[in-house]
Design a protein around this ligand. Structure first.
Ligand SMILES: [Zn+2]
Length: 388
């Protein structure tokens, strides 16, 4: 299929699904009226959607196209039910939000600048307002929203309480309660690395795999550990705090209350500080990533050193869990030099069979891993079979 034809078909398909989301079950004739598409186009799209198990037929009372009496036409309804879910990825300086359909296709996606150094209340108010703006832009009624899920940059316990993390004013906050209260929707909140793991598991580099470790290395370092196809939450929901594995018992104090954590040695600020000595202009993360792409020797050395440090910790995890794949995400984590450093440490420090069994790859979803994970979580939370 050529690009433009494929795109047209996808756009028509999206339009058709949206009409069904907004209006509920409709006949083929109703779909022609609502979309302005030809009989054959509607017919083809419907056949394809039924083949994909996204649409189903049911007997009912649609309006015959020519207005004459006779047998009521067959109605078509979305298999996953109607409605939409909202996914939100709250970063340190941005929020990414999307509306998704029951088949997980994206209806609308937006990114905004946001400063989470504000209070949690002010931030959640802003997120709730953004969700309302998205719903209005998409023409979706609030009652069609099935659930909202949000990733946040810090650990969240089973009570929804943030226990530490890089956000100074969020410790002890319960953003899940605030989100449910402000939006009125079923809400789920988890840390960003868990969401990223869910995203790569559902739609990316971990799809179809059973034993995977997802690592997000950026301002902080977190992991989502997938064992036998399920994300490991741990007894309090805080499993996967890779950045707080102690690598030097006499190291500097960490904000988590421990000392010598991996994150106290490997982080974006540490790396910028290290590299700044060799540069006249003030360095930013964006500049560092450009230099890495250009093959700058110093930057790539710093990234591969970071990879080796992270890989040293991952090597033990690899020996313990015997994963088939390690998926790398985050600004630092997905750089080629970092991935090469991790590979080196696994080969050097993990049990040889486990090291050989695990490949190390860049995530397929990039900066959207956490957002897509939030969508997967929201869909799971709103599924009729969800255990809540
Ligand atoms: Zn720590």
């Amino acid at each position: 299929m050529t690009g433009s034809l494929g795109e047209l078909r996808a756009a028509n398909r999206d339009q058709l699904v949206r009409v069904l989301e907004t209006n509920g079950p409709l006949s083929r004739a109703d779909l022609m009226r609502h979309t302005g598409l030809s009989r054959s186009t509607v017919s083809n799209l419907v056949a394809q959607l039924i083949d994909d198990h996204l649409l189903q037929e049911r007997e009912g009372r649609g309006t015959p196209l020519n207005g004459r009496g006779g047998r009521p036409p067959t109605l078509l309804e979305l298999s996953g039910g109607t409605g939409i879910v909202v996914g939100v990825d709250l970063g340190h300086r941005h929020v990414r939000a999307a509306l998704a359909r029951p088949d997980s296709s994206i209806a609308l996606e937006r990114s905004f600048a946001l400063d989470v150094d504000d209070s949690p209340d002010a931030t959640i108010d802003r997120v709730a307002a953004l969700i309302d703006e998205l719903l209005a832009e998409n023409g979706s009624a609030r009652e069609h929203v099935r659930a909202v899920a949000m990733g946040v940059p810090g650990p969240v316990d089973r009570d929804g309480r943030m226990t530490s993390g890089i956000l100074p004013y969020w410790r002890g906050a319960r953003p899940v309660h605030a989100l449910a209260e402000r939006t009125g929707f079923t809400a789920v909140v988890d840390n960003d690395a868990h969401m990223g793991a869910r995203g790569e598991l559902a739609y990316g580099a971990a799809r179809g795999r059973r034993d995977v470790i997802y690592v997000k290395a950026s301002t902080g370092i977190g992991a989502g550990v997938i064992v036998d196809g399920r994300l490991v939450g741990g007894s309090t929901g805080e499993a996967g705090e890779l950045g707080h594995v102690q690598v030097d018992e006499k190291g500097i104090m960490c904000r988590c209350g421990s000392r010598g954590c991996l994150e106290t040695e490997v982080s974006i600020p540490k790396m910028l500080e290290l590299l700044q000595a060799a540069h006249d202009q003030p360095l930013t993360l964006e500049r560092v990533l450009v230099l890495a792409e250009e093959g700058d020797a110093g930057v790539n050395r710093a990234l591969s050193d970071a990879g080796r440090r992270i890989g040293r910790v991952l090597a033990d995890l690899c020996t313990m869990l015997n994963p088939e794949r390690i998926v790398m995400g985050g600004d630092i984590g997905s750089a080629s030099a970092t991935i090469a450093g991790i590979r080196e440490s696994l080969d050097r420090h993990a049990q040889p069979n486990s090291a050989a069994a695990a490949d190390v790859v860049r995530g397929e979803l990039g900066v959207r891993a956490e957002l897509m994970g939030a969508i997967a979580v929201a869909l799971a939370a709103s599924s009729p079979t969800a255990r809540r």
